[in-house]
Design a protein around this ligand. Structure first.
Ligand SMILES: [Zn+2]
Length: 158
């Protein structure tokens, strides 16, 4: 290799061999001279706009496997909570005890379903909740309100 061989990064002036394609200091592509994004930069593959926001805040909506798991859990949660509140002809059995006994698992099932979608991976409720940030916490609580509204709807019909 002679002195004229090699590549020089236009940004920092570091000299590299011809086989080197990237200045590790600056992230300059030595073949094209373009700046290559570093890992710490925003993910170049991250979707932007509404889809990107959805992908970051509720990553599970992009994963059919998680939805297939969460959907029956959510339905079960609503049914159990509605039953606890005396829907489906169970009114005469409904008491504070039954509301607590069935209501807590009813909310937990729904919460687990929501947590799967918000965490974007399979994780049990306590673990998943530990991963949530502010926005997803508020989405989680909003989803509990949605469950309550669904149950109120069922109680009106039943
Ligand atoms: Zn450089």
């Amino acid at each position: 290799m002679t002195d004229s061989d090699g590549r020089i990064c236009w940004k920092c002036g570091t000299r590299y061999g011809n086989d080197v394609k990237l200045c590790v200091r600056c992230g300059v592509n030595l073949e094209t001279g373009e700046m290559v994004r570093r890992h710490s930069d925003e993910d170049p593959f991250a979707a932007t706009g509404v889809v990107g926001m959805l992908d970051r805040s509720v990553p599970g909506v992009m994963k059919p496997g998680l939805i297939a798991l969460a959907a029956p859990l959510a339905v079960a949660g609503v049914v159990v909570l509605a039953a606890a509140c005396g829907a489906f002809g169970m009114a005469r059995y409904s008491s504070i005890g039954s509301i607590i006994l069935l209501g807590v698992p009813g909310v937990a099932l729904w919460g687990q379903a929501t947590a799967l979608i918000l965490a974007g991976r399979f994780a049990l409720l306590p673990t998943a909740l530990g991963e949530l940030d502010g926005l997803r916490w508020s989405l989680f609580f909003s989803s509990l309100i949605v469950e309550a509204m669904l149950v109120v709807g069922i109680l009106r019909v039943a």
